[in-house]
Design a protein around this ligand. Structure first.
Ligand code: F6P
Length: 440
């Protein structure tokens, strides 16, 4: 069970400097009943969860709220900031970079901000990546484009070399924007910073279209990616309905978690089957997926199938396992396997069929953020700047139950967020598709 020690946030030292935002905060205090920085956020959100702890309310585990502080740790005039984006692309990366730069410059008066190029390798001299000076002018319209103006890469570099670079450039605050591998890397950087007795804050903004970071409502970019995915589901549905025995098969990203597959299916409400990594399925046999699909095609004349890339990996025989630079297991191609098996199964059963396969792949994550994600990214960037200027370190900023909070990095990488096969999201998917609870 998560306790106080899991939620404790590290700080570099006491906040002795008046924040440039203090006046605005003071004005807020007169109109609000509580001061943001003192009002901790309860970790548990149901009576039964809180009840089993048997503690008085003021001793229940709670998270530090995000937001501006009246007093800060770093003197803005002397503060140097670094920003790095790591891992796969995600809509909103440029929005976060822009939000960080504008908040630092315009509201805190920080003047020196650099971007490290191409992920963690941007810190390592032998890659020859020069840092990029970031100013409000440089970042002005970058949110109109997908991707990241800093570039990105997978994989960690030697944390000693990274901290050497931070020291060389006299960086006081490093913002890392990335997924769980990136956050683990950032924790290594924090360890070396500590060993060298340096006062450098490392604050993360968690990123993944897969939405698999735990303890947060949603990761930025997820909503945009799943919206893009609906286009392929719609196209698959049109194709399936327009041909005899039409089967539209869509493979979507989602390595360990089927959130994109589930939400995009619900958004279009056109799919008959959703297959996700969290819910194993049998392919063959009377109650297996293939037979069910055959009956569906015979009954209705068409079917739409959405499969998350990490689903049904146990069915893939010819596949060379291995890991990518982030340490992720390389997946077998479930989409192509299903395309072949579905066609063969319908052919064998003498059911006329036209199987159309869609793999939007990277197209769902290389687009600019939608307005919702853009707003979310900007608010995450603000929260990240407030946390760092107040000397918080080894934390990510995130929204949990609609509140911005500081979550220790160790907690953020302690597990993965999954679609709960007994939870309400999966129940909605079963309701929308009409597929059986289990293909056994
Ligand atoms: O983790 C995010 C993600 O988009 C996954 O959904 C996908 O499996 C993976 O990245 C692919 O990324 P790349 O091919 O860049 O390693």
């Amino acid at each position: 069970m998560i306790g106080h020690e899991d939620l404790a946030v590290r700080t570099l030292g006491p906040c002795r400097i008046d924040s440039p935002l203090a006046e605005r905060l003071a004005a807020r205090e007169t109109t609000q009943h509580s001061v943001v920085e003192d009002d901790r956020i309860l970790f548990d959100d149901t009576l039964s969860m809180a009840g089993v702890r048997g503690l008085p309310v003021d001793q229940l585990p709670s998270l530090e709220p995000g937001g501006p502080r009246k007093r800060i740790y770093f003197d803005p005039a002397k503060t140097r900031v670094g920003i790095v984006t790591c891992g796969g692309l995600c809509p909103g990366l440029n929005d976060v970079i822009r939000g960080l730069v504008l908040e630092l410059c315009r509201h805190y008066g920080v003047r020196r901000i650099v971007g490290f190029r191409n992920g963690y390798r941007g810190f390592i001299p032998h890659y020859g990546e020069d840092v990029v000076d970031l100013s409000p002018e440089v970042v002005q319209h970058i949110d109109d484009e997908g991707g990241t103006i800093l570039g990105t890469s997978r994989g960690m570099q030697d944390p000693e070399d990274i901290v050497d670079a931070l020291e060389r450039l006299a960086i006081n605050i490093l913002f890392v924007i990335g997924g769980d591998g990136t956050i683990r890397g950032a924790m290594e950087v924090v360890r070396v910073i500590g060993e060298r007795g340096l006062k450098i804050a490392v604050v993360g903004v968690p990123k993944t279209i897969d939405n698999d970071i735990p303890y947060i409502d949603q990761s930025f970019g997820f909503q945009t990616a799943m919206s893009e995915a609906t286009k392929s589901i719609h196209a698959a549905s049109v194709e399936a309905r327009s041909a005899p025995g039409g089967v539209g098969l869509v493979k979507l990203m989602g390595r360990h978690s089927g959130f994109i597959a589930c939400y995009s299916t619900l958004a279009k409400d056109d799919a008959d089957y959703v297959l996700i990594p969290e819910v194993p399925f049998a392919l063959k046999g009377e109650h297996g997926f293939l037979e069910h699909l055959r009956r569906r095609v015979e009954d209705r004349g068409h079917a739409v199938v959405v499969v998350a890339e990490g689903a049904g990996q146990e069915h893939i025989e010819e596949h060379e396992p291995g890991r990518d630079a982030s340490g992720n297991v390389r997946l077998g191609d479930i989409g192509r396997l299903l395309r072949r098996l579905v066609t063969e199964h319908l052919d064998d059963a003498k059911v006329e069929n036209n199987v159309r396969y869609f793999d939007p792949s990277y197209a769902i994550r290389s687009v600019p953020a939608n307005p919702y994600d853009s707003a979310y990214c900007l608010r995450l960037a603000h929260a990240a700047v407030h946390a760092a200027m107040a000397g918080r370190t080894e934390v990510i900023v995130a929204r949990r139950r609609r509140r911005f909070v500081h979550i220790p990095m160790a907690l953020a990488v302690s597990r993965r967020n999954h679609v709960d096969p007994l939870g309400d999201l999966w129940m909605s998917v079963l309701e929308a598709t009409g597929q059986p609870v289990r293909f056994a």
